[in-house]
Design a protein around this ligand. Structure first.
Ligand code: A3P
Length: 290
């Protein structure tokens, strides 16, 4: 019964998985021809790596720079291109546009490769990523009802059967193709340890100059505690029938190392092994503890 509920939750397209009912093969195909502007900014993440956090930071930076986003909440100010549930009109958006996506590098709008626009890729250590993903899955009514278990989820995650596909492939694909794009890489853990430096790095990449007070305001409004209370940022508008945020919600813990509370030694060793096989040759940095 759990397997059936989980199978229905996802559909496979071009080697990766997407959430059923949130997008279609036709929409995904059309994204490849999306017209890109030099001023576009794309936030690219594997799910549960800090997307909502970065949406808040980017929206605050834009607002401090007096850029009018003509939208009210972060999910509309920085919409997912592949999950456009509200049918927002991307083509007629004023510049600069902000977008979010979990797409693998090979499904991204082609014009980004010219290169055009700017991409910020954020990644997180895979053990915390999968723990966050598991807790998030429990907020979906169908999976909660089917009593999703950690052990089942771990196997799906390691098989790449989660929306976003296999984490290790997502990161490898983007990292090894980064020269094709105008792109920077940030880690969730560096942001936890030094948020202000991350904000400054983003501003520099976007060529946006904020004064010290402006930077401090961005940092202050992007802390976990402040975001949890902020209706622009915390997705409290999502209806309970889609996402039941009662237990913790989207902003759940916001820490490094929660994996130690859930992964068994065998599971942890399996991740280490696959990580070494899939990404061991790349100079990527994973931080496992605070
Ligand atoms: P946890 O489940 O470990 O708490 P995404 O937005 O990509 O779905 O990622 C969600 C994860 O980012 C959650 O991790 C969430 O708590 C964390 N997060 C969101 N805002 C944050 C913030 N301001 N500081 C730290 N972590 C944050």
């Amino acid at each position: 019964e759990l397997q059936a509920a989980y199978d229905a939750f996802l559909f496979k397209y071009e080697g990766t998985y997407f959430q059923t009912g949130y997008t279609t093969a036709q929409v995904l195909d059309s994204l490849k021809d999306m017209t890109i502007r030099d001023s576009d900014v794309f936030l690219v993440t594997f799910p549960k790596s800090g997307t909502v956090w970065l949406q808040q930071i980017l929206c605050l930076i834009f607002s401090e720079a007096h850029i009018n986003m003509a939208e009210d909440i972060n999910s509309r100010r920085s919409p997912w291109i592949e999950y456009n549930l509200e049918n927002l009109d991307f083509n007629n958006r004023p510049s600069p546009r902000l977008f979010s996506t979990h797409l693998p590098y090979y499904m991204i709008p082609e014009e980004l490769r010219t290169p055009k626009g700017k991409i910020i890729y954020v990644y997180r250590n895979p053990k915390d990523n999968m723990v966050s993903f598991y807790h998030f899955c429990k907020l979906f009514p169908s999976l909660k009802k089917a009593n999703i278990t950690w052990d089942a989820f771990f196997d799906w995650y390691m098989a790449g059967k989660v929306y976003g596909g296999l984490y290790f492939d997502h990161l490898r694909g983007w990292y090894t193709h980064k020269e094709d794009f105008n792109c920077i890489f940030l880690t969730y853990e560096d942001m936890i340890k030094d948020l202000k430096s991350a904000v400054l790095k983003i501003c520099e990449f976007l060529e946006i100059k904020l004064d010290d007070e402006g930077v401090d305001r961005v940092v202050e409004k992007s802390t976990f505690q402040n975001m949890k209370k902020d209706p622009l940022a915390n997705y409290e508008f999502v209806k309970k029938q889609f996402l039941d945020q009662q237990e913790g919600g989207l902003l759940r813990k916001g820490t490094i190392g929660d994996w130690k509370n859930l992964l068994t030694v065998a599971q942890s060793e399996k991740v280490d092994k696959v990580l070494q096989e899939k990404l061991g040759d790349l100079p990527l940095k994973f931080t496992w503890d605070v």
